[in-house]
Design a protein around this ligand. Structure first.
Ligand code: ATP
Ligand code: LTN
Length: 332
């Protein structure tokens, strides 16, 4: 890219209905960052098949995620928005990087351990090498910054290790990326089990989806698990209330102190309704835009086509450099 802006890359798997965890941890931040950075936002369908998907659902969800990206404010005029499987260089670089990644380091990944437990009947090699493909995503575009939720920090560390190892052997090839994780919203917990991360592949009342309707959102928040205390105060051990304060803070822009002052003397019941309403107000606006984008298939296709053309051009440059460095003969 011919400017001196830094580059950001990030992605979300089309593996379920996107939650407010995905929104507050990732998407919401991308929208503000796209003005300051060369930005690439990907729908990582290759990653999604590490867990078994129903083909028709995966196809449908990929378009839904694209429409949601745009409804949240990603602008194809400002950012490169594309589908991972449309750019073969991701799979190609992933193979090469896999040869510079150690079995031991992949074995230490907590996401692999968690997902192997959850999918014990399908602990496949893709689940194990997932971080290598993620490293390829990021390094292909020489990204400086990767805006993600807290749960992806370990994957960023291994990406940096792989890049440094490769650069160490072959000389400067890859930019070493930094994670960009917000304090507020970086780790949204399930509202029914507040010690667990909210996750789009766990359906149920613990996850609030971006496209849930207003009544569902408020009902879920009313049932949110808290504790036997009744003070609305951010403090150790109050996982449920801390999480609700974080969600309210991220949607309203208010600080923890402001929220504690606002709800002083109130019970949990009132607070839960306020969080639900604030969240439903913000998501309602996104949903209205989503309905417009999802019904315009021609526009979605045009965005995917332009995005993958631009991404492929950039990705090829890095891939050719890597192929040259490792000693592959250039195709005559
Ligand atoms: P899955 O349940 O399929 O593993 P997920 O909900 O964890 O999915 P991903 O597609 O893996 O979502 O993640 C997309 C982005 O959303 C990543 O940047 C990730 O860090 C962020 N993210 C996911 N869940 C949360 C959460 N609970 N809080 C903050 N950020 C999150
Ligand atoms: N691994 C991420 C999704 C993801 C990603 C990426 C995020 C795949 N490739 C590159 C940032 C940059 C996840 O599970 N949340």
């Amino acid at each position: 890219m011919l400017n001196d802006k830094k580059t950001i890359f990030s992605g979300i798997q089309p593996s379920g209905n996107l939650t407010i965890g995905n929104y507050l941890g990732s998407l919401k931040n991308w929208v503000t960052l796209q003005d300051e950075y060369n930005s690439l936002f990907c729908i990582v369908d290759l990653h999604a098949i590490t867990v078994r998907q129903i083909p028709a659902d995966l196809r449908k969800r990929t378009l839904e995620v694209l429409a949601l990206y745009m409804a949240c404010g990603l602008d194809p005029e400002k950012s490169i928005i594309f589908v991972q499987s449309h750019v073969p260089a991701h799979a190609e670089l992933s193979w090469v990087l896999g040869c510079y990644t150690m079995f031991g380091e992949l074995s230490r990944m907590t996401q692999f351990k968690d997902k192997s437990e959850k999918n014990s009947q399908n602990v496949n090699a893709g689940l194990f090498t997932y971080p290598v493909l993620m490293a390829a995503d990021i390094l292909l575009y020489q990204a400086d910054l990767v805006p993600v939720g807290e749960d992806q920090k370990q994957h960023l560390e291994i990406t940096r290790d792989i890049a440094e190892r490769f650069n160490g052997v072959y000389g400067d090839t890859f930019t070493i990326p930094e994670p960009f994780i917000r304090k507020v919203g970086g780790k949204i917990m399930s509202i029914s089990e507040p010690t667990k991360k909210m996750s789009k592949s766990d359906s149920g009342d613990g996850s609030v989806c971006i496209l849930d309707d207003r009544d569902t959102i408020i009902r879920k928040f009313k049932r949110a698990v808290t504790d036997s205390d009744c003070e609305i105060k951010f403090s150790e051990g109050k996982d449920g209330i801390n999480n609700l304060i974080m969600i309210y803070s991220a949607f309203s822009g208010k600080t923890t102190d402001e929220i504690e002052a606002e709800f002083m003397g109130n019970g949990y019941g009132n607070f839960k309704i306020a969080v639900g309403e604030c969240c439903a107000d913000a998501l309602g606006k996104i949903k209205d835009k989503y309905n417009l984008y999802i019904s315009d298939k021609a526009q979605l296709e045009a965005v995917m086509r332009t995005g993958s053309d631009k991404a492929s051009y950039l990705a090829r440059k890095t891939l050719s450099k890597v192929y040259r460095k490792v000693g592959f003969v250039t195709k005559p």
